[in-house]
Ligand binder design. Structure first.
Ligand code: GCB
Length: 614
């Protein structure tokens, strides 16, 4: 099991945060062995002393930064390095810890500080950190050199899985030629994708906080648990404040339950005139250790709400909730940032979601930045939080090693996101080969493990398998189905959509008697292409597909269909294949966030649904 907490670094009277983003030194290891960096120990010296370097922004993917096509498709180790000044007071005050934290890096990372390895981490999209206090205090120069080597190679035991294929025919390929194969439909962007931070905490400190919420009549209930590191002799007090910063409940002890009179519940966007209501849980720790006294403060936003699933409904605060939303990607802007965290993009996307009347999205197909989830909490955007279990298609990726890693990824995901009221369900995979014999044990294990980590949220995975042969479906709380009628099947024939979609819903419901979300549907559009009658890839065709799906949703949502998530919010980059025209074009917005005709159709529908169901 993963050890310790992973609280999002925040400033407080006892904590400082320093960003070490910006321009880093960079080198991709193109050497024949692909391993020169380790052989020559590039981490021991300044990167520029070991060979040529280029500039690389952090956070950002490296792929689209240079005009060198070899870098765009590079597979292997890339090296990042930056020096940062450590504030003098951090070095002097031995009652403080200094922690280096990477928001995410894709895929496998090794981190050194002043030439000493401080941590390794497997997996993109989730944070990792290391206590570097002792190390930096050894070096009186105060200038600390951070080296991060990142390897984006995907294998059968990584998540997502992939394979490296060597091309050995010397008449067709140069010596040593290989390609990275994957089973997912988005570009395998790599690099340091989220902010790198240095932050401090007192030596004895608040390591983790877990809250679970409920309510009875007008009284909100917040049960909390605080874990402390660095001292056995601690006093913890908590204070819950409302939006106007008035204290509404207090308690002491490392765990307990707060009662909130006249509670303001956390409601989804458009379901209430005041969505996304957040209280603040101010946690204060006083501790003694080794003759010293420590104080630590951490404030956690808390939304009070409940989630429950019945045979036919998804209930938020005991009211039926209908997901009318989108699937997204962390992706934008033709050939620049890749998956790097980008505030203007994040805010633009929230404004588009609200314009659209979307009340929800799924983090297809990997965990999004915590910064995004915090905004979801505040705006009442409901989230299905998906792990990077996408493209589990090869029978060998159901092996024990892969399963063990998948369990760790779920631990890291739940640890990071457990306190977000916006997160209402975990998704452990997208379109795995769930008909294969080992899929039953595999998904039973992953789903049961996830439930043991968090009893308060339902768990699902997203299926495109045959309903009767799906070996994972018996274990999920909500059935999520993707289908592309009139696109990958019966292309050009939207007239078959309604009958096929009806059959799909009836089959799944009769077999499992669980509520169903249409977790993907859609059609590619090259913006500006028009035909009448509608033809594939035109704006008219996307509209027709949507209208046919919607007609069936409107019947079935009165029974057991609890949501519809369009594929996709916006166009996004993929690997190059014969079915993709510079990326996937199923967005209702272009990659530059301009609406296609489908966006206006969906907007009308979502606002209407909000009035009918909200
Ligand atoms: C799917 C996948 C998604 C693809 C989409 C498509 O079923 O889940 O990742 O991008 O279809 O457009 O093919």
């Amino acid at each position: 099991a993963v050890a310790g907490g992973m609280l999002f670094p925040k400033e407080s009277p006892s904590r400082e945060v320093k960003e070490v983003n910006g321009v880093w030194k960079f080198r991709a290891d193109f050497s024949d062995s692909r391993n020169a960096g380790f052989e020559e120990q590039w981490f021991k010296r300044r990167l520029e002393e070991t060979g040529p370097v280029s500039d690389m922004p952090v956070p950002a993917s490296f792929n689209d930064m240079s005009q060198d096509p070899r870098l765009r498709d590079f597979i292997g180790w890339v090296w990042y390095e930056r020096e940062a000044w450590i504030p003098g007071r951090w070095l002097v005050d031995r009652g403080q810890r200094v922690v280096l934290r990477v928001g995410s890096a894709h895929y496998f990372s090794v981190v050194w500080v002043n030439g000493v390895e401080v941590t390794q981490h497997e997996g993109g999209h989730l944070p990792f950190e290391a206590d570097i206090s002792d190390l930096i205090r050894k070096d009186p120069a105060q200038l600390c050199r951070i080296t991060i080597a990142v390897n984006n190679t995907l294998t059968l035991r990584t998540l997502p899985p992939g394979t490296i294929q060597y091309m050995n025919d010397p008449t067709r390929y140069p010596a040593g030629y290989f390609v990275q194969n994957t089973n997912f439909d988005f570009f395998n962007y790599a690099g340091i994708h989220r902010p790198v931070l240095l932050y401090t905490t007192p030596l004895a400190h608040i390591d983790d906080i877990t809250v679970q919420t409920s309510f009875q009549d007008n009284t909100g209930l917040v049960s909390y648990q605080v874990s402390i590191q660095g001292s056995q002799d601690v006093t913890v007090t908590v204070n819950l404040s409302d939006k106007d910063r008035r204290s509404v409940a207090t308690a002491s002890g490392t765990s307990g339950t707060l009662k909130v009179a006249d509670v303001n519940l956390w409601w989804p966007y458009l379901m209430h005139e005041n969505p996304g209501y957040l209280y603040s849980l101010e946690v204060h720790m006083s501790a003694k250790s080794g003759g010293s006294q420590y104080e630590d403060y951490y404030t956690l936003p808390v939304g009070i709400r409940t989630v429950q699933v019945t045979k036919t409904q998804f209930l938020i605060n005991n009211k039926p909730f209908y997901f009318h939303g989108v699937n997204k990607h962390e992706d934008s802007d033709e050939q620049i940032r890749g998956k790097g965290l980008d505030w203007p993009l994040i805010i633009k996307d929230f404004n588009l979601l609200k314009w659209l009347g979307a009340n929800s999205f799924r983090t297809s197909h990997y965990p999004y930045a915590e910064e995004i989830l915090e905004l979801c909490d505040r705006h009442g955007i409901v989230v299905i939080d998906e792990c990077p279990g996408v493209g589990i298609k090869d029978i060998r990726s159901f092996g024990n090693e892969s399963l063990a890693h998948h369990l760790v990824v779920m631990e890291e995901l739940v640890r990071r996101d457990k306190n977000h009221p916006s997160v209402v369900m975990w998704s452990v995979a997208n379109e795995p080969a769930s008909e294969m014999p080992p899929a039953g044990f595999y998904f039973k294990s992953v789903i049961e493990h996830t439930k043991s980590l968090d009893r308060s949220r339902p768990v699902t995975f997203v299926s495109d398998s045959n309903f009767a042969r799906d070996k994972g479906a018996p274990y999920v709380d909500v059935i999520c189905v993707n289908s592309y009628f009139s696109w990958y099947h019966d292309p050009g024939h939207p007239e078959v959509i309604q009958i096929q979609l009806n059959t799909q819903f009836e089959n799944w419901y009769r077999m499992y008697e669980k509520p169903i979300i249409q977790s993907e549907y859609g059609a590619d559009v090259v913006p500006g292409l028009h035909t009448d009658p509608p033809m594939m890839f035109t704006e008219e065709y996307q509209k027709t597909v949507l209208q046919n799906y919607h007609a069936v949703f409107d019947q079935k949502r009165k029974e057991y269909v609890i949501g519809e998530l369009i594929w996709n919010f916006a166009d996004f980059m993929t690997a190059q294949t014969i079915t993709r025209v510079v990326g996937n074009k199923k967005g209702i917005f272009s990659r530059q966030r301009q609406p296609k005709a489908g966006a206006f159709l969906l907007r009308e529908r979502y606002w209407r649904l909000a009035n009918e169901t909200g």
